[in-house]
Design a protein. Structure first.
Length: 391
């Protein structure tokens, strides 16, 4: 059955992604990335990966560097690969590795989404992991998924975060089982709706850049004279494409509607704004401003495939309101007109911008090794965000 409003599916890439290099050296994980195995992944999870077009190679993911542009120092920069469960890998994102769990008759198709300790900035995955970050992300996201569901705003893909609950499916290796604990999300397998749902309550980042150039953000006209980090008159939905190559591109609501259909675009906009409003209100009671954040939605594969349903409500997938996907500012220090202190990736970005200013990095592959102080500082900020927000 084709989706009711004809949204397009994402296609995964073949060849060597940045994250593939992290797997290099781990025979098990590596073997899953061979083209024939990826073809098998298409066969078992076509809705997840997009149908392989006849005679066409799938688009490379946007962070896939050209093969020729991978100098040997990538290998030297790659950290040891994390232990991998004995399951088919269906997608390797910049941060998460997504595996297909065996079907249980009569229940929804499930994935095992593993948040690694990888960190990316400017769409480049750093060679240095942030030990424990994956567990913090999983804790924060699952807390927000429960928060959102308990307020009846939206369903999420979350089934459980207990990797031991899938029993033998992840294999017997105690190293793998202990690695997966705390960083796993067992979730409903979905067809990803290919629009990044960004909500902005404040003007920073690409929104601030676009406003300075045009007076609007993603086609939303804003009042004149706003300063950097100013609070917007009301939160705005500023979607972005999931670019196959290069950076996500900000788009208008109309463009999003062309991509996913008007009805779906309207629903994911309204859901995104409702989630943001509830989350931002909660965060303020903890002294944190959520300046902006990004959501992803999907359609559970079994619901989509069930005959006779006219339209299926999207569910929230991926991650929710983490320091990777949001800007978190301490409210007590908030002062518009300049960049803010933050509990998110900004700390890392600032370090990297310094390297760029000093001519030591140009925001292209490979990313630089991170010093101990940056690793510790980043982790401390993520921990602080978890401690303040998630209770
Ligand atoms: N329930 C789900 N069903 C199918 N795919 C999912 C589900 N939840 C998350 N995903 C996908 O799994 C991947 C998670 O990887 P990760 O978050 O590291 O991606 P990414 O490289 O950061 O991409 P992005 O910047 O778009 O988030 C994403 O491509 C996301 O769309
Ligand atoms: Mg993601």
């Amino acid at each position: 059955m084709t989706p009711p409003d004809g949204y397009r599916t994402r296609r995964t890439g073949q060849g060597q992604s940045v994250a593939d290099r992290f797997a290099r050296g781990a025979v098990g994980a590596n073997a899953k990335l061979e083209p024939e195995v990826e073809a098998e992944a298409f066969a078992i999870a076509p809705g997840l990966l997009g149908t392989a077009p006849d005679g066409l190679r799938p688009h490379p993911r946007r962070y896939d560097p050209p093969m020729a542009a991978q100098p040997a120092e990538h290998d030297r920069a790659a950290p040891p690969s994390p232990p991998a469960p004995d399951l088919p890998l269906v997608r390797r994102g910049k941060v998460r590795d997504v595996y297909r769990l065996p079907d249980v008759p009569g229940s929804t198709p499930r994935l095992l989404m593993v948040a690694t300790d990888r960190i990316s900035a400017f769409d480049v995955v750093m060679p240095t992991p942030i030990p424990g970050k994956g567990r913090l992300l999983t804790e924060i996201s699952s807390w927000w998924f429960e928060f959102i569901q308990s307020r009846r705003i939206c369903q999420s893909h979350l089934i459980s975060t207990d990797s031991d609950s899938v029993g033998d499916a992840i294999g017997p290796d105690p190293k793998v089982r202990s690695y997966l604990r705390g960083r796993s999300t067992i979730c409903r397998a979905c067809e990803v709706i290919p629009v990044e749902c960004v909500v902005r309550g404040y003007l920073e980042g690409s929104g601030w850049k676009e406003y300075q150039a045009s007076g609007s953000v993603c086609g939303v006209k804003l009042p004149r004279g706003l300063k950097q980090c100013d609070r917007l008159p009301e939160p705005i939905f500023t979607p972005a494409t999931k670019a196959a190559i290069g950076h996500d591109e900000n788009i208008s609501f109309d463009r999003a509607a062309e991509i996913v259909g008007l009805e779906t675009a309207g629903v994911i906009r309204d859901l995104s704004l409702s989630i943001y409003n509830a989350a931002a209100e909660h965060a303020l009671t903890r002294g944190i401003i959520i300046a902006d954040t990004k959501f992803e939605f999907g359609i559970p594969l079994d619901e989509r495939d069930r005959a006779g349903r006219a339209w299926v409500p999207p569910v929230l997938i991926d991650e929710a309101l983490t320091p990777d996907s949001s800007r978190f500012w301490p409210a007590k220090d908030y002062k518009p007109g300049k960049p803010q202190k933050s509990f998110d990736k900004q700390f890392l970005r600032e370090y990297l911008e310094e390297l760029v200013r000093d001519g030591k990095w140009d925001k292209s592959e490979p990313g630089p090794e991170l010093p101990e102080a940056v690793v510790a500082g980043t982790l401390a900020r993520y921990r602080e965000a978890r401690d303040l927000l998630c209770s």
